[in-house]
Design a protein around this ligand. Sequence first.
Ligand SMILES: [Zn+2]
Ligand SMILES: [Zn+2]
Length: 361
Amino acid sequence: MASFQSDDQIQSDHTSIASNTEHAPVNDRNDNNTANLPMTLRDEKRSDLNAALIGESEADLHKYLVGCRKNPGHTQFIPIDTFTMKHLPEGNQDDDLYELIKVTADLTVRVGVTIASPDRPEFWPETTQPYPFYNMMNRSNLRIGSGRVWRVSQYQDGLSTSGSTHWGYTKCWCRKCEASESPSNVWWEFDVEAAAHVVFDDIEASQTTLRLFYDRNDSPVVNLDKVRVYNVNIEHDTCPMKSVTCDQNVGRKLNELCLHCKDIWEKVWNKYSKSRDEQRLTFLVAHPHGCSKQVSVGRWKDKIQVDEDRYKFTYTTCTCPGSSGAAVFCLGYRGWWGLNQCLHSGSLKSKINYSGVSSDF
Ligand SMILES: [Zn+2]
Ligand SMILES: [Zn+2]
């Protein structure tokens, strides 16, 4: 079992960090500079500077699952393969919402990273709160978060199915094709959202693997191991990524799921847009502790305006280390482009969770 820091300011989410690292930011004592955090986040320090999970190996992930102090027993997490309509609150047990959660789960990926960039900052922007995994570039660890595929594009000979020209490639750029003398001329690219504190830059992306369709402990391993990041925003804690495959089974399946998700999301949004601030219903699907997909359903607490059209949410919907980067669906809110929801970022000492920043609500 992991050893715990005795400092009572440190919450359970630090356990795995404290047990495996000497230099990790496990402590936010002496931190008086929270002026730039909005509202409740300003008043209450983060207990969970780092909701991503780190371990030496896959075996560690399961060990931390058993020893979890944040959500002992994990009774609020519903494994996706046993999730039914009855898990939804009374009054919200409708087919469309159930279907949206199922398809969101299908698009959820486990994000695994094995290195930390030397360019990680020491502190969160404009605060003295330590930034996760700063100064850890010499350590080799498996770090885990969650993410979601939200768009798929298919290319052939450098042209997309909608007729646009690819910015840089005429052949597939997956790892297999990169090393091949006959790379595939047909490929699929995926837009994936994750948290910046999980995948920080292209250095880390080069050692990042996305595990797809990890629904049960015995699900076959389907990995995407070629990942690039673009427009990482540390303040918003967002990391848009692109990944690629020429495996048509994977490409076509994810494409169909994205189209289905868009349809069903629109229906659910229509249902909840008027009652969103009364119902405050939220759900997320993640890989807590790096294990198979789990659904959490709950309510959001505060909507925090960050600037003119950007917001964060706080919520009671259950998360654990490894949930970082999971899309937090606040029903009835649009998010950027309708499909981009805010992403789980961390937790406060009061055990309230908070998201990164999303815009255009
Ligand atoms: Zn846990
Ligand atoms: Zn390829």
